[in-house]
Design a binder for this molecule. Structure first.
Ligand code: NAD
Length: 310
């Protein structure tokens, strides 16, 4: 691939920092715009000398405009991502995720590719699984609504400006430096088991999630940048549903503590029952193929035992 100049908003966060390292390794020129509200400069320590880091806020149009200047591609990851907090503070989520995304898209007049990190949350409680991209969008929280809105602005400005929009609906991303949102259940189980406590499962444990390792998400972004014919919306998950019962038993097995039987608590209101991505479109059009299996990914987390805590 030719060398690209890429702006990564939210590049100091969990997914962003893994992506920035991969971009640098592949020889691209990287600029990061991040206000360090949930991200951290330490996440980028290994590559700080090789990138341009701009501390700035996506709510500030002037900062966004100068960060976008002279880049070929934008990967927009900056967002607040706590669904529960979005219910308590909808104005804040509107400002950062809706207004912020609008600013980034609007400033991207001269870029050729715009990649937006959307979320499986846009589907709400799915009416069928696995979920294809043309499933109805039924956001259940201000966070989810902000992602629907971001997608719409990316599409609308693509028409106006002519950039190639690639919208990645990420499912439950996990890996080193992850936060407690989305795949927090993995961390919570590992923590409890390492303290000699059984995992606590809310509900009957038969709810499913689609966990995807951050390295596979990074690969999906790299493919989006590389494949110049690709545009539109793609689910990015493993394509496999894992029940929370299976997850708990897997972690107990991998940590050698099968004696600690999971305990069950009442279901949490608002939790989605099933979430599994249909990734056939990403496989066919993007060439996406998840590589890192859940067992290997969880072993990595257990081995490093250095999980970022929110
Ligand atoms: P994260 O919180 O680790 O990263 C978000 C980054 O954005 C942080 O570095 C933060 O400092 C920065 N940021 C927040 N507000 C900002 C602002 N106003 N201006 C500039 N920077 C700001 O989260 P993540 O898990 O890496 O998520 C990255 C993106 O992927 C988000 O858009 C999120 O909605 C999306 N996503 C994540 C998951 C997941 O499982 N983690 C799933 C679906 C979608």
């Amino acid at each position: 691939m030719e060398t690209l100049r890429v702006l990564v908003t939210g590049g100091a966060g969990f997914i962003g920092s893994h992506l920035v390292k991969a971009l640098v390794k592949a020889g691209h020129q990287v600029r990061v715009l991040d206000n360090l509200s949930t991200g951290s400069i330490e996440n980028l320590a290994d590559v700080l000398d090789a990138i341009e880091f701009v501390r700035g806020d996506v709510r500030d149009y002037g900062a966004v405009e100068s960060a976008v200047r002279s880049v070929d591609a934008v990967v927009h990851l900056a967002a607040l991502i706590d669904v529960a907090e979005s219910v308590e503070k909808p104005d804040l989520y509107f400002d950062v995720n809706v207004r912020g995304t609008y600013n980034v898209v609007r400033a991207s007049k001269n870029v050729s590719t715009f990649v937006f990190a959307s979320s499986s949350a846009v589907y709400g409680e799915p009416i069928r699984v696995p979920i294809p991209e043309d499933h109805p969008l039924m956001p259940k929280s201000p966070y989810a609504a902000s992602k629907v809105s971001g997608e719409a602005f990316a599409q609308a400005f693509a028409n106006q400006y002519g950039f190639r929009p690639v919208i990645l609906r990420l499912f439950n991303v996990y890996g080193l430096k992850q936060s407690m949102f989305y795949a927090g259940v993995i961390i919570e189980f590992i923590r409890r088991v390492s303290r000699g406590e059984p995992p606590v499962i809310f509900g009957d444990g038969e709810q499913t999630r689609d966990f995807i390792h951050v390295s596979d998400v990074v690969e999906a972004v790299m493919l989006s940048l590389r494949n110049e014919g690709v545009r539109g919306v793609f689910n990015i998950g493993s394509g496999e549903g894992v029940t929370i019962n299976r997850l708990a038993n897997l972690i107990l097995k991998l940590m050698g503590r099968e004696d600690l039987k999971p305990i069950y608590a009442p279901p949490r209101p608002g939790d989605i029952r099933h979430s599994i991505a249909d990734i056939s479109r990403a496989q066919k059009e993007l060439g996406f193929k998840p590589k890192l299996g859940l067992e290997v990914g969880i072993k990595e987390l257990i081995r490093h035992n250095v999980i970022r805590v929110e």
